[in-house]
Design a protein around this ligand. Structure first.
Ligand code: AMP
Length: 302
């Protein structure tokens, strides 16, 4: 289903679904690209526009990723795409609709390399923690029963221990190389994060909005599912079909198509796992397969 046709008759008026998207930063390009693949192409009104058309029923609002939980919780936007870490930090109530499986990172506790602490639980009361996630950090140390002091910073958190601002940091990590470069050692993960599609809970009680958001979620989910799959087509000897079925079972068994060659060969088509394509091809070759073709899938709905 195209999200644009998902059960809502929005017009040019104010009844369109407002989708808050990150205007810059790590999540922005991928969020816009994902919506486009799902059928919602952002048509900007000028280079620096804060608002864009996303087809007839949806409208994009470009704002900071960190502000999106507020916009969605307040109802200024009906849905939004932002990091789970930012939703947690906001402490605001939004309904998570989908894990979008990009923007992987973890919110970690790190100490100076020379610190004796092996885990956050070993840190002494009164530890000064530099972070741009004061809410999450405070709640985490409260759960450990360790009173801390927070030094709230907005960026380059890893410098704080070297400036004597803090003993410990709570910061986002993806590979850990920034921590190592700054002579810091990770001792605990508070949470892992990916980008999420979130919605305003009250907006979801309006049937037309719920139906449009459901259509959007279905379209986005079909794109995510398709990204992990490929469509494989191959010619195989008819005599090996049972073995072929075991190698490419597809969704309900491979599709078998006749070839006008005098009966020895057929074509077999199936959806396969993208990360298994090399092994699958090798096994098909062993069965005598020829003319193997692998293509991307735009959307997949089981
Ligand atoms: P921005 O500050 O606008 O670039 O967005 C930061 C968001 O991107 C974070 O809140 C996370 O959800 C996500 N993210 C993914 N990987 C990382 C990373 N290595 N460092 C910081 N943020 C990351």
């Amino acid at each position: 289903m195209n999200a644009n046709t998902a059960g809502r008759t929005g017009g040019p008026g104010g009844d369109r679904i407002r989708v808050a998207l990150p205007n810059k930063g790590r999540l922005s390009d991928k969020a816009v690209a994902l919506l486009e693949q799902a059928g919602l192409r952002a048509v900007l009104r000028g280079d620096r526009a804060l608002v864009a058309d996303l087809g007839q029923d949806f409208q994009a609002l470009f704002v900071r990723a960190a502000d999106i939980p507020e916009y969605v919780a307040d109802g200024a936007a009906d849905v939004g795409i932002t990091g789970a870490d930012l939703v947690a930090e906001s402490g605001r109530e939004v309904t998570e609709i989908l894990d979008l499986e990009f923007g992987f990172c973890r919110l970690a506790v790190a100490v100076r390399e020379e610190s004796p602490a092996r885990s956050a639980a070993e840190l002494p009361a009164g530890t000064r923690v530099a972070t741009s996630f004061p809410g999450v950090a405070r709640r985490y140390f409260q759960s450990l029963g360790i009173p801390i002091e927070i030094a709230s910073v907005t960026g380059a958190t890893e410098i704080a221990p070297h400036l004597g601002v803090a003993d410990v940091i709570v910061d986002l990590v993806s590979t850990g190389s920034t921590l190592r470069m700054n002579a810091l050692r990770e001792v605990d993960t508070i949470m892992t994060s990916t980008a999420r599609l979130v919605a305003n809970p009250r907006a979801l009680q309006v049937p037309a909005t719920a139906s449009a958001v459901g259509g959007l979620a279905t379209a986005v989910e079909s794109v995510l599912r398709a990204e992990a799959k490929r469509y494989l087509m191959t010619n195989v000897p008819r005599a090996r079909l049972e073995e072929v079925r075991r190698v490419i079972p597809g969704i309900n068994g491979p599709t078998i198509v006749e070839i006008l060659d005098g009966d020895a060969w057929v074509a077999a088509h199936a959806v396969v796992d993208a990360d298994q394509v090399y092994q699958t091809i090798a096994r098909l070759k062993e069965l005598g397969a020829e003319g193997i073709l692998v293509t991307r899938i735009e959307r997949l709905m089981p």
